[in-house]
Design a protein around this ligand. Structure first.
Ligand code: URA
Length: 444
């Protein structure tokens, strides 16, 4: 067996055996198969497709590339949530402290920004001092003490995903259902969890642009998750427009803090509470997701969830003071503001999440090549969202960047992401459909 034959077989559209997939993944993680051969395989697989059985084997091999955490000593069920990736998607930063405050045990392994989408790890690392690279013993200690840890895939946990994730990010091989499934589920299965809530994004700012693709991804994730014995629930959610107002690492942490103070944007709060309710119910701490949602709401209202975020930050080496007072974090960028043109008066019809994500990445929010450093302060804040009234000269959005020589062009591009209407426009619905092992339920 060798990599060239396996790549050729996939290029010809043939199904790979379990042994061949295992050879590739083991060889790549051990450094025997170089990036250029793996990149060729990624592209061949994406163009020719993979069968469900290959996706299951890929997930298994990526899971086996590292250790599997063992929480059998923890008395309550261990649950996690994962998003398939979006723009302004800061839900993990809000939901994890909410469910942690309600008693759910969450050993969350997240990723970095991928393609045009943001990553929870990059956001967490914008909190001064916050460490995401905990050793396994530290994870066990923190779960025993606090019930929650927020970490990245390490050399020990799902290392194959860590390497492949970075390679996919820069070789246009992200938006492929088998890779997304294996990437997400290998990380989540490595956590040794009992249940998983998935936020499957649909629309311009998601990897899945159509309802058909997003449903197929949700069905593959739920099917493969249940195949491995993990209770898996998926919500299909709207990603045509950014989630909330902030796009950018520290900007999204700030917005998450406002949500935990009960003041954040409605769409972010609604989605955070819905997914929290699902997790609380999966952990058997509530009779139903609706009761779980009420518990989540109470944790925000009482301030317990915000205090819990400060506790997570402190436990992982960060400065908890900035959670209670975000203004304490050093800021070196001033906002530059784009306004509604003087000849426009009416309503915001639409805001294109993908365009804004691409601009955000150019400002320094994400990486264009594997070695790029991200800028924690860079980003965009929307002042108006679809359905809201827009008056001439009113602030439309602000942006933060060190690349000040490009300001005029950035302002023009941000403006181009908006469309306007003279007549009132409905606010878009965030939560679409729900999928469990029993099938789909509509939210309308
Ligand atoms: N999130 C992941 O962890 N992996 C993907 O491939 C996409 C989203």
């Amino acid at each position: 067996m060798d990599a060239i034959h396996i790549i050729t077989k996939k290029r010809e559209g043939l199904e790979l055996s379990s042994a061949e997939i295992q050879y590739l993944i083991e060889g790549y993680t051990a450094g025997r198969i170089p990036d250029y051969q793996m990149a060729a395989f990624l592209m061949a697989a994406q163009l020719r497709g993979m069968a469900l059985s290959e996706t299951i084997t890929l997930t298994q091999c990526m899971l086996n590339s590292g250790r599997i955490l063992d929480f059998s000593a923890v008395s309550s069920p261990v649950i996690d949530k994962h998003s398939t990736g979006g723009v302004g998607d800061k839900i993990s930063l809000i939901l994890t402290p909410i469910v942690g405050a309600c008693g759910v045990c969450v050993p969350m392994i997240s990723g970095r920004g991928l393609g045009h989408t943001g990553g929870t790890l990059d956001k967490l690392e914008s909190i001064p001092g916050f460490r995401t690279n905990l050793q396994i013993n530290d994870i066990y200690r923190q779960i025993r003490a606090l019930g929650v840890a927020m970490i990245g895939a390490t050399k020990e946990i799902a290392p194959a995903d860590r390497q492949l994730y970075a390679l996919r990010d820069v070789t246009a091989s992200v938006d492929f259902i088998p890779f997304i499934t294996a990437s997400i589920l290998s990380k989540k299965l490595a956590e040794g969890i009992d249940g998983l809530v998935l936020d499957v994004k649909l629309g311009r700012g998601a990897f899945m642009k159509t309802g058909e693709e997003a449903r197929e991804l949700a069905e593959t994730l739920v099917g493969v998750g249940e195949h491995f014995g993990m209770s898996t629930i998926a919500w299909l959610t709207n990603m045509d427009i950014p989630l909330g107002n902030a796009i950018g690492n520290w900007l999204e942490v700030e917005e998450s803090i406002r949500c935990l103070q009960g003041e954040g944007p409605q769409d972010v709060l609604e989605l955070s509470l819905k997914l929290s309710g699902e997790m609380i119910a999966l952990a058997d701490l509530a009779e139903s997701p609706e009761e779980g949602e009420e518990m989540a709401h109470a944790a925000v209202q009482s301030g317990h969830a915000l205090n819990f975020l400060a506790q997570i930050v402190e436990a992982q080496g960060g400065d908890p003071a900035v959670i209670h007072d975000p203004a304490l974090r050093m800021r070196s960028l001033e906002p530059q503001t784009v306004t509604v043109p003087l000849d426009i008066s009416g309503y915001i019809r639409d805001v294109d999440a993908f365009t804004l994500a691409e601009i955000g990445n150019d400002l320094g929010v994400g990486r264009l090549v594997i070695t790029d450093e991200i800028d924690p302060e860079a980003g965009i804040v929307l002042h108006l969202r679809p359905g809201e009234k827009a008056a001439p000269g009113q602030p439309l959005a602000s942006f933060y960047t060190r690349k000040t020589d490009q300001s005029e062009e950035v302002a023009r591009r941000i403006y181009s992401a908006f469309t306007f209407s003279k007549t009132p426009v409905d606010k878009p619905q965030v939560l679409l459909d729900r999928l469990t092992f029993a099938g789909w339920e509509s939210n309308s």
